[in-house]
Write a protein that binds this ligand. Structure first.
Ligand SMILES: Nc1ncnc2c1ncn2[C@@H]1O[C@H](COP(=O)(O)OP(=O)(O)OP(=O)(O)O)[C@@H](O)[C@H]1O
Length: 312
């Protein structure tokens, strides 16, 4: 049964659980994705993101709990098949037939779901569609997958690690495209372990760790809770008064100054600053990577290594 499209959330999970033997890949996940939002599903490798996506698409069955996509319960196969006509899907691993051309892939997809937006998408994403897939680069395959996910003008698009393999320019075009889709009312659910990507395109995020949802938040709130990154360059004494302020964490000292994450009162910071001979000050949003460390925790050092880069 499909509910009223205007009131039914595009995705809703209730205690969604999937066990593989002793591994609990999804542990009682409950969340709702709202209409017209870009929802990022974030977590390190093996956290359970692909499992959730596969459950939502009916590719695997829940051990317990349930989910609905566009109002169709994942246990109700006919309803799910019907709903999937209005869903686009970009899998993490693109299993195209290597021997056929990109055009053949798209024509096949068009015959099942439609192609009302194909021409427009081919102008934006430019895989060499007359060539066989075996000649495609990873990025070309990904672009073909993006076209396939959107060409039938779906209401909901589910993407598993969508930008892996895209060069920075194509990634930025992809981000812009997703924002424009969202502005036109399409709901997007994407998984990622690339935090900077989520920051750029998502309205809300769910953070999953070891199969459990640890946080559900809008990106702005996460950033505001994460405080500000303050970098002060001083003459002479290098900022020890600043380091002892309440709300200062993650201090790094330099020969001529100090950098830290500040979650305290601005007035207290200003009072401490006037006691220094400040040459330069920079107050900025912390990298989302730093914000997320609070959720992943210090013990996950293998997952938080390299936070200067984009990955968790
Ligand atoms: N078919 C399967 N059989 C057994 N265990 C599985 C199977 N699929 C996934 N798992 C396990 O379930 C857990 C979650 O895996 P999943 O692929 O959902 O994680 P992920 O967050 O998508 O990771 P990645 O970012 O690496 O793709 C992992 O421990 C994984 O080994």
């Amino acid at each position: 049964m499909r509910g009223d499209a205007s009131t039914v959330p595009p995705i809703e999970t209730r205690d969604l659980t999937k066990e593989y033997g002793s591994v609990i890949a999804n542990d009682s996940l409950s969340f709702t994705v709202k209409r017209g939002e870009v929802f990022g599903f974030l977590g390190p490798n093996g956290a359970g993101k692909s499992t959730t996506i596969r459950l939502l698409l009916g590719l695997i069955r829940p051990t317990s709990g349930t989910a609905t996509v566009l109002g169709a319960d994942v246990h109700d196969e006919p309803a799910l098949v019907d709903a999937k006509r209005r869903i686009g899907y970009l899998p993490a691993r693109l299993g195209f037939n290597e021997e056929v051309t990109g055009r053949a892939v798209l024509e096949y997809h068009a015959s099942i779901k439609g192609d009302s937006r194909l021409a427009e998408l081919l102008e934006m994403f430019t895989p060499p569609i007359e060539r066989p897939i075996r000649e495609y680069s990873t990025g070309n395959k990904r672009m073909l997958g993006v076209i396939q996910a959107f060409m039938h003008d779906p209401d909901l698009v589910i993407m598993d690690e969508p930008t892996s393999g895209l060069d920075p320019l194509k990634q930025e075009e992809f981000n812009e495209f997703i924002r424009a889709e969202r502005d036109q009312g399409t709901t997007v659910f994407l998984s990622s372990h690339v935090l900077s990507e989520v920051r750029r395109i998502c309205d809300r995020v769910g953070i999953i760790r070891e199969g459990t949802l640890v946080e559900l938040e809008d990106v702005d709130t996460l950033l505001s809770r994460g405080g500000k990154r303050v970098r002060v360059t001083t003459r002479g004494e290098s900022g020890s008064r600043l380091a002892s302020l309440d709300g200062v964490v993650d201090i790094q000292r330099f020969p001529d100054g100090v950098q830290f994450i500040y979650t305290g009162e601005y007035n207290a910071l200003l009072r401490a600053l006037v006691k220094h001979d400040v040459r330069e000050i920079d107050i900025a949003e912390p990298p989302l990577e730093d914000v997320f460390i609070h959720y992943y925790g210090e013990s996950e050092s293998e997952n938080t290594d390299g936070i200067g880069g984009a990955d968790v």
